[in-house]
Design a protein around this ligand. Structure first.
Ligand code: NAD
Length: 416
């Protein structure tokens, strides 16, 4: 998508430029960091179960690897294209640097509608994609993970296809099933990380999470675990949505019930408890303290930001807020906790899983969750302190911290 005349990559680079000006980054470094290192576009023929052939297009973009192996998820979505994947890859560079995990930034995608495909078709497609990009990935080169419409099974097929060529390589992907080297806690890590950041924000702004109304758009991996963790802390989930629709109840929705429905393949609107149905657009305009977009890009934009009634937007999804919406939120005094901070629990958990794999040493879930909290809170506090010190937004602060670290690594390695 390209709302407001900007592609997603241009929008991310606009955020980059704002932050780069705050830290006086020179022009040469700006031109290195606003372009990508390597881009792969690969043909993926998929034989469907009915014998027909579909030729899908797959992508892998490696944005910057100065701080470590490239790292980033793989998304299956009809709108996936090279420009979107570039944007998401660059966000990964700033995110891994902000969290101070030793990775660079990458992203992958295949332009298909996985909801129209069977499990066998998805497996054949994933294996072909893994083979198609195998020459540019590796345990110390580039490590994929799940993203939208991909999950632990996708990672298992990917790892198997890669390991068939290269030998047993659990560290080639993160977000794997536990039985083949996955990490207990990783599945919930992005949603839990979102709530660790919400908690840190609430502590700083003296907001009591008990009884605090929250709205969550998207109830997949990120949205559902964020809802669960928020509910554990006493927050009231007053509205949720998925791709089929949205529901609300001011007194609160039962998250465990919603999770059970979605896990069984149902829709949010199948919820049996008290609720009203509404459109996804209306959901974003519900009164609440925290609005958590956890679905797609560009959901909050110049045409709806004025109607948002939340006090804080927490970007669990990547690039859910366009630059025009960002400006409207700033004018209206609505804080935005940016994606590269809010959803960084995923890549941080992936770092712990990768460490486990290369050391062949298990991490109990308690150690995993404790370390995740330390990393998320540390990144939040650094971002908030920078924003206060320089009088800038949380997004500008988060980008500035990440950019400074990457630029330093580029210089130290003598890349330019
Ligand atoms: P997912 O596929 O598990 O879930 C996506 C959810 O969004 C589903 O509930 C789907 O029904 C819903 N959805 C789709 N279209 C929608 C629409 N038009 N309106 C409302 N809801 C809609 O995906 P996920 O892994 O939870 O990823 C969600 C977002 O979080 C993406 O932006 C992704 O890049 C980001 N993210 C994911 C991870 C991770 O670890 N999975 C990590 C960091 C960031």
């Amino acid at each position: 998508m390209a709302r407001e005349g900007l592609t997603a990559f241009q929008a991310v680079n606009r955020n980059f430029e704002e932050a780069a000006s705050i830290i006086d980054l020179d022009a040469e470094m700006r031109s290195i960091l606003t372009t990508t290192y390597r881009e792969i576009s690969v043909q993926i023929p998929v034989r469907l179960d009915n014998g027909d052939l579909v030729v899908a297009q797959g992508y892998r973009v490696q944005h910057n690897g100065a701080r470590g192996p490239y790292k980033g998820g793989i998304r299956y979505h009809p709108n996936a294209d090279l420009e979107e994947v570039r944007a998401l890859a660059s966000l990964m560079t700033w995110k891994t640097a902000l969290l101070d995990v030793p990775f660079g930034g990458a992203k992958g995608g295949i332009a298909v509608d996985p909801n129209q495909m069977t499990e066998k078709e998805l497996q054949r497609m994933t294996r072909r994609y893994a083979t198609g990009i195998s020459h540019v990935i590796g345990v110390y080169r580039d490590i994929p993970a799940p993203d939208m419409n991909t999950n632990a099974s996708t990672m298992a097929w990917f790892m198997d296809a890669y390991s068939a060529r290269e030998g047993y390589s659990p560290g080639i992907v993160t977000g794997k099933p536990i039985s083949i080297g996955g990490q207990p806690g990783r599945e919930a890590a992005t949603g839990l990380g979102v709530i660790f950041v919400v908690e840190a924000y609430a502590r700083e702004h003296e907001i009591d999470l008990a009884g605090c109304p929250m709205v969550i758009q998207g109830f997949g991996n990120v949205g559902s675990f964020a809802a669960q963790e928020a509910e554990v802390r006493g927050a009231i989930i007053v509205g949720v949505s998925d791709r089929w629709g949205a529901i609300r109840n001011e007194s609160g929705l039962d998250v465990a019930e919603l999770m059970a429905i979605v896990r069984a393949g149902g829709k949010i609107t199948d919820y049996p408890g008290d609720h009203e149905t509404l459109s996804n657009e209306e959901l974003l305009e519900l009164p609440c303290t925290f609005l958590i977009p956890a679905a797609l890009d560009e959901q909050l934009h110049g045409d709806n930001a004025d109607q948002v009634q939340a006090k804080v937007v927490v970007e669990a999804a990547n690039y859910p807020t366009t630059p025009n919406a960002d400006k409207i939120f700033a004018d209206r005094g609505i804080d935005v906790i940016p994606d590269i901070l809010a959803n960084a629990g995923g890549v941080t958990g992936s770092y712990f899983e990768w460490t486990r794999n290369i050391q062949q040493m298990p991490w109990p879930i308690e150690r995993f969750n404790e370390a995740l909290q330390i990393y998320m809170v540390r990144a939040y506090e650094a971002t908030s302190a920078f924003a206060k010190d320089r009088g800038c937004s949380l997004r500008q602060a988060a980008f500035a911290i990440g950019i400074e670290r990457v630029a330093q690594a580029v210089r130290m390695r003598g890349y330019i």
